[in-house]
Design a protein around this ligand. Structure first.
Ligand SMILES: *[C@@H]1O[C@H](CO)[C@@H](O)[C@H](O)[C@H]1NC(C)=O
Ligand SMILES: *[C@@H]1O[C@H](CO)[C@@H](O)[C@H](O)[C@H]1NC(C)=O
Ligand SMILES: *[C@@H]1O[C@H](CO)[C@@H](O)[C@H](O)[C@H]1NC(C)=O
Ligand SMILES: *[C@H]1O[C@@H](CO)[C@H](O)[C@@H](O)[C@@H]1NC(C)=O
Length: 592
């Protein structure tokens, strides 16, 4: 993807080579609707002298310093997982992007190897942007990525192959001279033409890929076909397109089942397909479930799917530019997503780093056929250390219980709440926008007393609750059904006020992220798992039906001073049926 924004700030000329100005936001100048965040050379290459440890992740993937964004080309090859990612080797802002490369045998311990792809040829001289890997028959991996060929952001699609297939880590990648493989034709605006998917093989023996873009305000997933992977022809119709959605970045298209992962080429009467796009306009990721008409080579969302800004999201928080891959060693599909900082650019530069990759998630089809279920890969459990348990604990209105005995700043907590009745659920105000869960959560936060809920966890809490990030449920009654709202609310996450620091001049970005949970309440239970990691709170509601990630920067709840509570602020008592919480250890090896 391209790091674009609605509103862009560039540095004025006087600012260049004057580092003192870096921390003074007044020197930023507003430029509306440019295509890029533009930084001067000095900022692009500014290496923090001391990388700040505060708020760095303990077990989420993060390089030792500098900027990262999209995960690229994840794959499993000969017993090794490969993660490539967009990386600025020179500073903590977007720019100078290369494909950094790390390898792992367990998705948890990562070893950094040489950058795999970096600008060096006419077909990628101005940038090596996102793409995907495909393992071709004969066990031959190939990467497709977007190259930038000029200073106008013109995009083409290139390929790269390993220099030595016997190297277990595939350290070196070659970009052959017959690149670029695909250039935009006249019908395509070449500045909206990027992020090729993993290829899938049709019954006709032709490979297919999709590439994201837009025409006017219509988001498009272009379709290209090839017999030999080298010569690509645009199909008559796109794979999919939707009016009014704006530019599509990082499309992902793959089959799913309710039991296990499927290789990207699998089709069949009992297979559903997922079409995911990253919408540049909202900076969230949306998906629909549907069918792939192999005859017409078109994707058709199921009739009950919302195909647009009100649709299902992978995650209702800081989660973007994700990419999935099939892991044949465990027959599963794994999803990687990037979480940007909610911090200001000034703070990112001071910290010396920006961005983490979230914990890889296994994705399957919910047995109800209406959505996906996401769950942290099982390997994460190898990092679990000290454990505490709690069960059958009643929480009356206004009560909370501290979960002691773990490192609350770096923890995995899995809790199931139950309640006796749904009668006290508050009425759902008909004037609320059913699709703006975030707004409802910002009005009905954890401190606003309710009927059934709010109840959940207070993560990264300071001792006297001056700051905390609550992750909680609130149940509403809407005519004949109940609506379950899940919130991950950053609005009280830090007592430190950095209002002046946001580059758009707004208050610090502390959103009350929220989504609804399509869950059956017959058993009167709701479960919640949160992965807490210093500045990351990554949560999974009802077994992964609704996921929300928040990035937060506590001033008090740091390291050993962080606390974890379970709470209830609804008039209906809730019971903690069971709660298991673990201190999370650091991986032995993490990309150093
Ligand atoms: C390829 O990798 C293998 C295994 O690391 C190594 O033994 C061999 O020397 C490499 N070949 C070349 C041409 O570098
Ligand atoms: C392509 O998009 C860019 C960026 O919005 C715009 O400046 C340019 O005019 C477009 N080109 C064409 C041929 O429409
Ligand atoms: C519960 O509600 C009370 C009263 O509004 C408030 O003071 C308290 O902070 C709330 N608890 C939490 C955990 O938000
Ligand atoms: C992450 O950062 C916040 C604050 O700057 C922006 O508002 C988001 O749009 C951004 N998200 C992505 C995916 O870039």
């Amino acid at each position: 993807m391209e790091f674009t924004k609605r509103v862009h700030w560039v540095l004025p000329v006087l600012y260049i080579s004057c580092l003192a100005f870096l921390f003074n936001t007044n020197n930023f100048v507003l430029v509306v609707d440019a295509s890029h965040d533009v930084f001067s050379e000095d900022v692009l290459s500014l290496s923090a002298v001391n990388v700040k440890k505060e708020h760095r992740s303990g077990y989420h993937f993060q390089p030792t310093k500098h900027w990262i964004n999209d995960p690229n080309g994840p794959m499993y090859y000969n017993g090794v997982y490969h993660l490539f990612y967009q990386y600025n080797p020179k500073g903590a802002v977007w720019g100078n992007i290369v494909w950094a490369h790390s390898v792992s045998k367990d998705l948890i311990n990562w070893k950094k190897v040489e950058h795999a792809i970096f600008p060096s040829k006419p077909f990628d001289k101005y940038g090596c942007w996102s793409g995907s890997a495909t393992v071709l028959p004969g066990n031959k991996p190939v990467i497709l990525y977007t190259g930038i060929v000029d200073d106008k952001n013109t995009q083409v699609q290139n390929y790269a192959v390993p220099a030595n297939l016997s190297d277990p880590y595939l350290r070196e990648w070659i970009k052959p001279d017959n690149n670029p493989l695909i250039v935009a034709d006249k019908a395509i605006n070449g500045t909206y033409f990027r992020d090729p998917t993993t290829a899938w093989l049709g019954k006709d023996g032709h490979w297919r890929i999709s590439i994201g873009g837009k025409k006017n305000n219509r988001g498009i997933s272009y379709l290209y076909k090839s017999r030999d992977f080298m010569h690509w022809v645009k199909a008559k119709h796109p794979l999919h397109a939707t009016a009014g959605t704006g530019n599509w970045e990082c499309p992902d298209f793959f089959p799913v089942s309710a039991t296990n992962g499927l290789d990207t080429s699998v089709v069949g009467p009992n297979v559903k397909h997922v079409m995911k796009v990253s919408l540049d306009a909202t900076r969230f990721e949306y998906y629909t479930l549907g069918s792939y008409d192999v005859g017409k080579d078109r994707y058709i969302p199921d009739p009950d799917m919302i195909d647009g800004w009100n649709g299902l999201r992978y995650d209702y928080g800081n989660f973007y530019a994700s990419k999935s891959f099939f892991d044949p060693s465990k027959n599963r599909r794994i999803l990687w997503g990037w979480a940007n900082e909610s911090d200001s650019t000034d703070n990112d530069i001071k910290k010396g780093w920006a961005g983490v990759q979230l914990i890889p998630r296994t994705i399957v089809l919910d047995p109800n056929g209406k959505q996906l279920l996401q769950w942290p890969v099982e390997e994460l459990e190898t990092l679990r250390g000290n454990k505490v348990e709690l069960s059958n604990k009643i929480l009356n209105k206004g009560e909370n219980v501290e979960i002691k005995g773990i490192t609350a700043a770096q923890a995995d907590v899995d809790v199931t709440f139950s309640f006796e009745s749904l009668d006290k659920a508050e009425p759902f105000d008909p004037s609320w926008d059913r699709y703006d869960a975030q707004k409802i959560c910002s009005q009905k936060g954890s401190t606003v007393e309710g009927g059934l809920g709010p109840f959940g966890l207070l993560t990264l809490a300071s001792q006297n609750l001056e700051e905390y990030t609550p992750v909680f449920f609130r149940v509403f009654k809407d005519q004949d059904k109940h609506l379950v709202l899940m919130c991950s609310d950053a609005s009280r996450s830090s007592i430190k006020d950095d209002k002046t620091k946001m580059k758009d001049g707004k208050d610090a970005y502390r959103p009350s992220f929220a989504g609804f949970v399509n869950v059956d309440l017959t058993e009167k239970k709701l479960s919640l798992r949160s992965l807490i990691d210093n500045s990351v709170v990554e949560s999974f509601g009802a077994g992964g039906k609704t996921c929300i990630t928040s990035r937060v920067y506590p001033a008090l709840a740091l390291f050993g001073n962080a606390h974890l509570y379970a709470f209830n602020n609804g008039t209906e008592a809730v019971k903690i049926d069971s709660l298991n919480a673990w201190t999370m250890n650091r991986p032995r090896e993490m990309n150093h």
